[in-house]
Design a protein around this ligand. Sequence first.
Ligand code: ATP
Ligand code: MG
Length: 433
Amino acid sequence: MILIVDDDSSILLSLRTLLRREGYEAATASSPAEAIDFVRVTKPELVLMDMNYSRATDGAEGLELLRALKIFCPHTPIILMTAWGSIDLAVGGMRAGAFDFLTKPWDRRILLERVATALKLADNTESTKAASFNRSAIIGSDPALLRALELAERVAPTDASVLITGESGTGKELIAEAVHRNSRRADKAFVKVNLGGVPQTLFESEMFGYRKGAFTGAVADRTGRFEAADGGTIFLDEIGELDAPSQVKMLRVLQEQSFEPLGSSVTRHVDVRVVCATNANLPKMVAEHSFREDLYYRINLVEIKIPPLRERASDIGVLARHFASAPQFGNVEIDDDAVAFLRALPFPGNIRELKNLVERAILVSGKNLLSAADFKPLANTTPIVDGNTLEQMERRRIEQALADADGNISRAAAALGLSRPALYRRLEKYGLQ
Ligand SMILES: Nc1ncnc2c1ncn2[C@@H]1O[C@H](COP(=O)(O)OP(=O)(O)OP(=O)(O)O)[C@@H](O)[C@H]1O
Ligand SMILES: [Mg+2]
């Protein structure tokens, strides 16, 4: 499949006709946005693209599109189409990774030759790549999960910043690790920082380190997290938790890949790939000015959305059986009725909750084969789970209280020991209702 991108519909039509007559499959997109939507779903074998779109004639939109295409389909050759006399633009495009360029109006014979060459020389490593993407501990084959994994696979070998979003317990950390493991940085450090756990006052010393004597108690030099991640990947978990002053400091280090340790005037340079995760609604926070827009764009060149478990229910069986088969439980089995029962549960805590439920069912029942009856008494009372932050527990407790009160705010607030306004504030904070 060859994708043609141009905002001139007559060009789209004539190119498509020409290519189809030669026996190629061809699709068209009339804007960069349309092209991106296309490659999200389908990987073309070749892209023919115009450099100028509605906004201007400086090729900036074309370059932007080219860079985005390089992320979504890094192995697809891209042929640029530029107007006569805009050689600088073509050169810029080649530097940004285009395979070739043609000037408009094109000579049909030359165009077809270039297309044939590009297809012949195209990197055929893609299929082997797909097989070699190491998904390691990530279980499941629901299409909703596979879509996220495919994007992770495409983006992993690049240095693009990745934002992983999804509800609590959906496996964001696993995906972050997989992105690192499948990158050229795999043998370097993967440094995880939970920003929800770093108080503002410690932000700089934690992230950038300090020199001995920088403050009372700094009895020796300390390496910060960015330096520890040099050459590798830094995983900034709960990025939505950063307060305003820390956001400024984070933006600077991400933009410049440099910082000064506390108590030092010497700038350190690092080469760090950034992967962030959040279960917060960052676009909403940007709109409300509680998260900097420039930082938001800096961290999410590519967003990987991890679907909640209820949207990939077909994986509940294999996941439950995977957790039950852990050696420490002695390979416990789960029957089909139990799986059917589990598949009907909402799992607000997603995979972490499922794992916890399976483990408790094993411990409580003491059986080697679990049936639905072993899960039923436990299902409504999933307790607070290790590894959850206070906020996640709070959110879950509020959801539970609301469900118990059939959505009645006054009763839910009373049950939680909160005033109605206090409950409303939390509902808004967690994006509930
Ligand atoms: N697809 C999966 N296969 C196997 N285990 C999984 C999968 N997804 C998640 N898990 C397990 O579920 C638990 C939660 O996953 P993880 O910590 O990555 O979630 P998270 O999205 O980072 O959650 P939070 O937002 O609460 O930090 C972990 O024990 C993880 O190993
Ligand atoms: Mg996590």
